[in-house]
Design a protein around this ligand. Structure first.
Ligand code: F6P
Length: 336
């Protein structure tokens, strides 16, 4: 592990002349701030930066554009990604990866910065085996990347979820209803438990906690809360648990409480990034380029225990991370 914090040295001696940057997989708020940091740190060190459109697709098809400082003006505040993104099934094939690696060489790139989630990092592993020097920046709203405590986009997605819960609370309390809200997160429950906590939900169902995926327990909680005078209920369900509409129907049938289901879906992927996302994206973009300039090969940027780190790609992909169950315990205590 290399800690690259410390003074920036503009006169750093480096063989690096040209790097590529792409965003891949699901977009995440803050990706633009990361692109901006990569382009401007590169330019600061006289490195040519090539923007690659639509993730690995653009690499395979040679959809590229040289990027200068002015190309990333006024993008910090924008959600989505100015480079566009895609999920790329071709990268699951030998031919696709061969082609991507061949284009990297034809373009004369010294390194490729990949801004994306786990699937995108797996693509980096395949490219690394073919001599491509990849450096990854973790970006997914799901927070489900094992090597890092933070992934770009998470904070904005949680804030969007919190905002939705605030609004649903208004209407649920006016009608004395129960509201069941499904949040994104694929197979992970990080967004769900954070939204439940900061939105003041009474219960949350998330995939990692098998024991809580029990409709009967949720219904018991709702009834217990009604019996002590609560007039509305907010329940959060993670996408990885699903069945939100059915759960709402069941709650209504069993309790007689009018219940509505809301699925936030892709709403949580958009929006102007929060300050937290802009900060991590800017710092991670900077550290990715610094790592490349320092001669690092096949690395990922991570944020752990309050510091930015540069980890070996292979090791990062084998790391484990566990959801903080204490958050769930506290949600339950505060739900009374
Ligand atoms: O990984 C981010 C994410 O938004 C997940 O939360 C969700 O399951 C998935 O992407 C949706 O993917 P797509 O936009 O391809 O439908």
């Amino acid at each position: 592990m290399v800690n690259l914090l410390g003074e920036d040295n503009k006169d750093i001696k480096t063989e690096i002349k040209k790097i590529g940057v792409l965003t891949s997989g699901g977009d995440a708020p803050g990706m633009n701030a990361a692109i901006r940091a990569v382009v401007r740190t590169g330019q600061y060190h006289n490195v040519q930066v090539i923007g690659i459109r639509k993730g690995y697709n653009g690499l395979i098809n040679g959809e590229i554009k040289e990027m200068y400082s002015k190309d990333v003006s006024n993008v910090m505040n924008l959600g989505g990604t100015i480079l566009h993104t895609a999920r790329c099934p071709e990268m699951m094939t030998e031919e696709g990866v061969d082609k991507a690696a061949a284009i990297y060489k034809i373009l004369g790139l010294d390194a490729l910065v990949v801004i994306g989630g786990d699937g995108s990092f797996r693509g980096m592993e395949s490219l690394a085996e073919r001599g491509v020097n990849c450096v990854g920046i973790p970006a997914t709203i799901d927070l489900d990347m094992n090597s890092t405590e933070y992934t770009i986009g998470f904070d904005t997605a949680v804030n969007t979820g919190m905002d939705a819960l605030n609004k649903l609370r208004d209407t649920s309390s006016s009608h004395e209803r129960c509201s069941v809200v499904e949040v994104m997160g694929r197979d992970a429950g990080y967004i769900a438990i954070w939204c439940a906590m900061v939105g003041g939900a009474e219960d949350v169902m998330f995939p990692e906690e098998k024991g809580n995926i029990d409709d009967a327990k949720v219904i018991q909680q709702i009834l217990a809360n009604r019996s002590i005078g609560k007039r509305h209920n907010l329940i959060v369900v993670a996408e990885g648990v699903g069945g939100t509409q059915k759960l709402a129907q069941k709650i209504q049938e069993i309790t007689g409480i009018q219940t509505r289901a809301t699925i936030l879906g892709h709403l949580q992927r958009g929006g102007s990034p929060t300050a937290v996302d802009r900060m991590h994206a800017s710092m991670m973009g900077y550290h990715a380029v610094k790592a490349i300039l320092a001669g690092e090969k096949n690395k990922v940027v991570a944020y752990n225990r309050g510091r930015y780190e540069i980890l070996d790609l292979k090791e990062a992909m084998q790391m484990e991370k566990h959801i903080d169950r204490e958050i769930y315990d506290v949600i339950k205590i505060l739900a009374i």
